[in-house]
Design a binder for this molecule. Structure first.
Ligand code: AMP
Ligand code: MG
Length: 413
């Protein structure tokens, strides 16, 4: 791990992300699973198509197939109907130029035919096909390999499977895929003031929210979760919890106790049990953020403030977890929008302000702040659909100015 903490002051967000990604391992273990079970799993090799899709030239319409040469000079040429081809029941005889066959959608096209006329544009008289409207040459034919060619790469290592992908795999006749083994993530909250919902609150206590929201976000990332509950602000309790977490998980995530208060022991215990990468980042919300390694696992120490915990989880821990799952890093897309609110900002930290982006009838993006940006105000995140991302040098912005917006993926919704 690079010795980035010796640098005085705050570390730039981009540098922190870069160093974090450089210091988390990629997965080593893979397993063969049925495609029915591969939703949100990450592919461990490249998949090459074993077949052409579609596997044969076939009709895109219910109608009649024939060779276009028959009608080049005279579209009124009658064509005897010499057979039929249905889906799964191909025509087994032979056809010649001048003849036609009845054909259904998806049915195999006989070798001699290259064009299909839809049945609405035909008249059958005495077993002969007549065209009421002639099709274009090669109309209504789906060609072998038109969608995917045999030997073509269909999925690349690191791809996370969607529902559509599973359909595509099935269409290739692939029944099993090699995916990376799932990650296990241990989760804990620290704080003497924290109580679990359902318990009574004593004077000075609060209900804790981080572990619940983080648990849900981790479910979306498709990891195994070990929930270690609330740990007291006590060095030995934290030491024991980190140790237990490290023995069971690939990633340990804590929240709280990363500032410089008198009961903030995360950094100290992390240094004692493993190594620390960095812990102060020039971002808002979320300045205190510990990244490091325990004996067996990667450690993310999120700030206690709920917005800070979720934003640092989304912006820093999530890309790290995704890399550990085998996925390539993808920068989040951003676009320009006009702010309708004045945005207060002091220079020195990169801001991720919570906001709502909308589009006017011309398709122009407008963005408005969700209001108070306090790092404890969870509702400011709940009602947002984007971050306004402001670089660390930038100062306050007036209404009407252009800002950069980073829409959320479905992650917080
Ligand atoms: P800390 O980082 O431990 O100094 O906590 C910063 C603030 O976040 C304090 O107001 C804590 O009470 C609050 N906090 C810490 N952990 C949680 C949690 N799990 N859920 C909700 N709030 C928390
Ligand atoms: Mg605390």
């Amino acid at each position: 791990m690079s010795d980035c903490c010796s640098a005085p002051g705050l570390m730039a967000f981009e540098l922190a992300l870069q160093q974090l990604l450089a210091n988390v391992p990629t997965p080593q273990v893979s397993q063969l699973i049925a495609i029915e079970n591969c939703l949100d799993r990450v592919l461990a090799n490249n998949i090459i198509s074993p077949v052409d899709v579609p596997p044969h030239n076939n009709s895109a319409m219910d109608g009649y197939a024939f060779n276009y040469q028959t009608i080049v000079s005279n579209a009124d040429t009658p064509m005897p109907v010499v057979g039929r081809s249905f889906a799964g029941e191909p025509f087994t005889g032979t056809t010649a130029i001048g003849q036609s066959i009845r054909i259904m959608t998806g049915a195999k096209l006989p070798d001699c035919c290259d064009t299909v006329v839809m049945q609405e544009n035909t008249v059958i008289k005495d077993g002969q096909l007549l065209l009421s409207k002639a099709p274009q040459e090669k109309a209504n034919v789906r060609y072998r390999g038109e969608d995917i060619n045999k030997g073509e790469q269909v999925f690349q290592q690191g791809h996370k499977f969607t529902a559509v992908d599973i359909g595509l795999l099935a269409s290739l006749g692939i029944s099993e895929v090699e995916v990376y083994a799932p990650l296990t993530v241990a989760l804990l909250s620290t704080g003497d003031e924290l109580r679990t919902p359902g318990e009574a609150l004593n004077d000075g206590d609060i209900y804790e929210s981080n572990r619940f929201a983080l648990h849900a976000l981790l479910q979306r990332l498709n990891v195994n979760i070990v929930d270690l509950g609330i740990i007291a602000d006590d060095k030995q309790a934290i030491r024991d919890a980190f140790h237990a977490a490290d023995q069971q998980a690939d990633v340990v995530i804590s929240s709280g106790g990363v500032s410089v208060g008198e009961a903030d022991y995360t950094k100290e215990i992390l240094e004692e049990l493993g190594e620390i990468g960095f812990w102060k980042i020039a971002m808002k919300p979320g300045k205190p953020f510990a990244f490091g390694k325990l004996a067996n696992s990667v450690f993310f120490g999120l700030p206690g403030n709920p917005v800070s915990a979720l934003v640092t989880f989304y912006q820093l821990a999530t890309p790290g977890i995704e890399k550990m799952q085998g996925m390539p890093f993808k920068a989040k897309p951003k676009f320009r929008a006009i702010t309708t609110s004045k945005l207060r900002k002091s220079a020195g930290r990169m801001d991720f302000q919570r906001a709502v982006v909308t589009f006017d009838e011309q398709g122009h993006a407008q963005v408005s702040s969700t209001g108070t940006q306090g790092s404890g105000v969870l509702s400011s995140l709940g009602s947002a659909n984007c971050f306004i991302v402001m670089s660390s040098e930038q100062g306050s912005v007036e209404a009407g100015e252009t800002v950069m917006v980073e829409p959320f993926t479905s992650v917080f919704l």
